[in-house]
Design a binder for this molecule. Structure first.
Ligand SMILES: [Cu+2]
Length: 157
């Protein structure tokens, strides 16, 4: 699949997320855990060593408060970005997005052709069949860490 950066699209996605989130009040000074549950998380290794990999997962918000994921960190990768993608004129285009919203009670599926986490500079210790950890940071600064299954480039995504 050919991937091309397309900045105007990313800007549009990013500002949408910000606009949708701005109605949410500031996080209260109450200690609560982030009510996001991640399932089916899988890191697709790149077909060509040195290329970025992609993480897909389902994230369910079991609480009563909306969350916006604004950052992902992946053990064994030098950096990770939240990405959105869209097909335009038969080409898949993607770029970083500022936030991914998960409203209370909703499940957001990050899957091929949609949102995903792009991971860069993967260490060789990340091998198919193993697992790694992904830490999500939500707006407000709280974090939660989830296990991610590692799959080879040709495996089911
Ligand atoms: Cu991407």
């Amino acid at each position: 699949m050919r991937m091309t950066r397309f900045a105007p699209l990313a800007l549009a996605i990013g500002s949408l997320a910000v606009a949708a989130c701005s109605s949410e009040p500031e996080a209260a000074a109450v200690v609560d855990d982030v009510t996001l549950e991640v399932s089916n998380a899988r890191l697709m290794l790149p077909a060509v060593e040195g290329n970025p990999g992609a993480i897909y997962f389902d994230v369910k918000n079991t609480g009563e408060k909306n969350y916006a994921i604004r950052r992902a960190d992946v053990a064994g990768a030098s950096s990770a970005e939240l990405h959105g993608s869209m097909e335009m004129q038969g080409q898949m285009m993607m770029d970083s997005v500022g936030q991914i919203l998960v409203n209370a009670g909703d499940t957001e599926s990050l899957e091929p052709g949609g949102f995903h986490v792009m991971v860069f500079d993967l260490e060789p210790t990340l091998e198919a069949g193993g697992t790694t950890d992904m830490t999500l940071t939500v707006v407000g600064g709280k974090t939660k860490t989830f296990p991610v299954e590692i799959r080879a480039a040709g495996d089911e995504r």
